[in-house]
Design a protein around this ligand. Structure first.
Ligand SMILES: NC(=O)C1=CN([C@@H]2O[C@H](COP(=O)(O)OP(=O)(O)OC[C@H]3O[C@@H](n4cnc5c(N)ncnc54)[C@H](O)[C@@H]3O)[C@@H](O)[C@H]2O)[C@@H](O)CC1
Ligand SMILES: [K+]
Length: 512
């Protein structure tokens, strides 16, 4: 599996362990890295007239000297612009010594239209905002619209957070090594990377496994073995029953979207739990989805006792107030029931169910921490996240990945921190960054559908972290396939081909 994401510290450790294990040494890794970048430059720009290689003082610059040596050896006019000499005896100094081209100072970097830039200024070692000559070089490349191939990361982009420190190159392609880094997937870094090329430089899978990385690029391989496929003898309630709470008479659509998505995702039965005054509106729009009048906690208890639901969605269109908090806490207490059969497996709190706890989030977190509480998945977008976790949201240093993890640990919930770079994090530190999203998904009601898919999978006993990862990926894939014109009403049906492919792929995943 090559979807693990490595922090710069983990990558440094992978480097160290590889060299210690032998036979490949530091300069050997650097030569392979440079070869991969040079190969990508030649493949993308076979008729390049002139390549400018910008070399920094560290190992990223070292990779650049290898690139320059290979390009020059291939007959490409190559100029090196160096921001400082590599440290004596370092691998980068060796790479510079092996390179027959004299370097010119970065301070006088100039380029002509039509030339190509290789950015080997800073990679994993970026420690402060680009300034001076490096910042000017970004300006030159940008003003001339020169295609940039970045070594490891576009200089200026943090590999750990995806933040742009000061300014950064906007690369046409970024060649990185062994595994991607979080900054390749998190915004705004992702937009600066262009096409991401992953090069094998001889760091073995066994070395990566020893690091036990806790973050992955969210792909089906990580959860497909848990993806529910109905047994031959399945009847509808064995396939799970989802309850979705509806808002009042003028706010019922969100719950129905969520309910439809839960049904499409394989839940055997779905019930919209509607306030009495919205029953008529809901009834007029529901066919296979059931409807149950739910005005207070006693109604919830009765529903749980009699209908044995396995998952709930609370929040979409529900409104913010005492009732939301009361319902949320009642659902989290479902596992405390005397009757073990009344156990609810999972809850999805979205939208208003998150905002409702903004004044007293600890009450929510405590309820989620109690033994036997149903698993909780919360799906905040940025605004909702900052209402529930204001201190974590305000931290200007942590990455979105770190923030989602911190929130998950605090809330004892799986957190789906939504956005164009959605991060899914579990309380135990596992995390995934989603990268198959599409701008078409940014449409009203899209989040209601995501909640419904998540609940549909939870109801079928998929573990909560895996269910959340799967829901985010499936939702994004459906939206990407549908493309222009997508509205939330389209999404439940658009799930069908995606689900079909997953079901067909599932038996091929080795179990164990
Ligand atoms: N770790 C690995 O397994 C491998 C790493 N390789 C390369 O090594 C790179 C990391 O090398 P380094 O750790 O030497 O780090 P960098 O080469 O990214 O940075 C070098 C030094 O530049 C200085 N610096 C950082 N940001 C600056 C800024 N904004 N302005 C001025 N100076 C700044 C710092 O003192 C830093 O130590 C990777 O990105 C990759 O390109 C490759 O050679 C292949 C193997
Ligand atoms: K770079």
């Amino acid at each position: 599996m090559s979807d693990e994401l490595l922090t710069s510290a983990e990558m440094g450790e992978a480097d160290r362990l590889t060299i210690a294990a032998g036979p490949i040494d530091g300069i050997g890794l650097m030569r392979r890295a440079g070869e991969a970048v040079a190969g990508e430059v030649l493949r993308r720009y076979p008729s390049a007239m002139h390549v400018h290689v910008l070399c920094g003082p560290g190992n990223n610059g070292g990779d650049g000297y290898v690139v320059a040596r290979i390009l020059a050896g291939s007959g490409v006019a190559t100029t090196i612009w160096a921001s400082g000499a590599p440290r004596p005896q370092s691998d980068a100094a060796l790479a510079a010594a092996e390179c027959p081209i004299a370097s010119r100072p970065l301070s006088v970097f100039e380029a002509e239209p039509g030339s190509i830039v290789v950015d080997a200024l800073y990679g994993a070692g970026l420690s402060k905002p680009l300034s001076g000559d490096a910042a000017r070089a970004v300006g030159v490349a940008t003003a001339l619209h020169l295609p940039v191939v970045a070594v490891d990361l576009p200089s200026g982009v943090s590999g750990d957070s995806g933040r742009v420190l000061g300014v950064a190159f906007a690369a046409a392609a970024t060649v990185t090594f062994a595994r991607k880094k979080p900054g390749h997937l998190l915004l705004p870094g992702r937009e600066r990377c262009g096409d991401i090329v992953l090069a094998d430089i001889g760091i073995g899978d066994d070395i990566i496994a020893r690091l036990q990385p806790r973050a992955v690029d969210n792909r089906p391989a990580h959860w497909l073995r848990d993806f529910p496929v109905p047994a031959v003898d399945a009847h509808k309630y064995k396939r799970g029953h989802v309850g979705v709470f509806s808002g009042g008479p003028s706010a019922t659509g969100a719950a129905r979207l969520s309910a439809l998505a839960a049904a499409r995702s394989g839940a055997g039965a779905v019930t919209v739990l509607s306030p009495g005054n919205a029953m008529t509106v809901n009834a007029g729009h529901l066919t296979s989805i059931m409807l149950s009048k739910t005005d207070d906690v006693a109604d919830i208890r009765e529903f749980v006792g009699e209908r044995r639901p396995s998952a709930f969605v609370l929040g979409p269109g529900f409104g913010v107030g005492d009732k939301t908090r009361t319902f949320g806490l009642a659902l989290l207490a479902c596992g405390q029931a005397q009757d073990a059969a009344a156990q609810v497996d999972g809850l999805v709190f979205d939208a208003d169910a998150i905002t409702a706890f903004r004044e007293a989030p600890e009450i929510l977190f405590e309820a989620a921490r109690r033994p036997n509480a149903p698993a909780l998945v919360m799906t905040p977008h940025e605004g909702e996240f900052s209402r529930l976790f204001p201190d974590i949201a305000d931290d200007n240093v942590s990455s979105k990945l770190d923030k989602a993890r911190a929130a998950a640990a605090r809330a004892n919930a799986v957190i789906v921190y939504k956005g164009a770079d959605t991060v899914i994090a579990a309380p135990d530190g596992r995390a995934a960054i989603n990268s198959n999203g599409a701008a078409w998904l940014a449409t009203a009601g899209s989040g209601d559908v995501l909640s419904g898919i998540t609940a549909g999978l939870l109801a079928q006993a998929m573990p909560p972290f895996e269910a959340a990862c799967a829901a985010v990926w499936i939702h994004a894939d459906a939206g990407s396939r549908f493309g222009p014109g997508l509205i939330a009403e389209d999404l439940p049906l658009a799930l069908v081909p995606v689900l079909r492919e997953l079901v067909e792929a599932r038996p091929k995943v080795p179990v164990g």
